[in-house]
Ligand binder design. Structure first.
Ligand SMILES: Cc1cc2nc3c(=O)[nH]c(=O)nc-3n(C[C@H](O)[C@H](O)[C@H](O)COP(=O)(O)O)c2cc1C
Length: 190
């Protein structure tokens, strides 16, 4: 079974986008599609970036643990809020921290806002940075508008049927790329 890491990017007190990270965990586990590891940037509370991990002579345990969770994941979902038309500093802070860990990592972005556009203004800028660092950007989107009204605090969607249907399209693309990569890598070993 593949391992999926779900990065919850908001570190804001009283954040709501974390609900969507909880939803994806439940969705993946309920349907037995993958293991799901929520990588919560609020729990890490990293200081502002000083240098890439590979150039850091004395990395902290926390940073090494974070890097290990990304490296060992077969695929990554980033759940990010939209702040002033962009992504929060917390996510760029960790994108820049790693390097090889992102390479060819199948990755999808779910954008979240409490407005009607679902945080979609984040997509182009965050997508570009991750593409630049050579993540494998999976062509799928999962914008969440009105998050405070459409998801409960524990990640339960108000309209489960419609949300699961939309999630299926998003997650299927990610799983396809994870499987394609697995086959490619097992071919190389033969
Ligand atoms: C600093 C800041 C800027 C924001 N800018 C936007 C914005 O440009 N567009 C939008 O739809 N929502 C914006 N919001 C509202 C967020 O979309 C909302 O807080 C949502 O719940 C996701 O963020 P959260 O996980 O931190 O709660 C902003 C919120 C904050 C704190």
């Amino acid at each position: 079974m593949p391992k999926i890491a779900i990065i919850s990017a908001s570190v804001r007190r009283g954040r709501n986008s974390h609900r969507v990270a909880l939803f994806f965990k439940k969705y993946l586990e309920e349907k037995n599609l993958s293991s799901a590891d929520i990588v919560d940037l609020a729990e890490y509370d990293f200081p502002l970036f000083h240098e890439r991990l590979k150039h850091e002579p004395n990395p902290t345990e926390k940073v090494l643990e974070f890097a290990g969770r990304i490296k060992s994941a077969d695929g990554v979902i980033i759940v990010t809020p939209e702040y002033n038309g962009g992504y929060p500093a917390s996510i760029k802070n960790v994108v820049d921290l790693l390097y090889d860990e992102w390479h060819r990592k199948p990755l999808v972005i779910s954008t979240v806002s409490d407005g009607q556009f679902g945080g979609t203004q984040v997509l182009v800028s965050l997508h570009f940075s991750l593409w630049k660092i050579r993540a494998w950007m999976v062509p799928a989107m999962f914008p969440v508008p009105d998050v405070d009204k459409t998801f409960q605090e524990d990640g339960t969607p108000v309209d489960k049927q419609a949300t699961d249907k939309r999630a299926k399209r998003f997650i299927d693309e990610l799983l396809w790329c994870i499987e394609a990569k697995r086959r490619m890598e097992s071919d190389k070993m033969n």
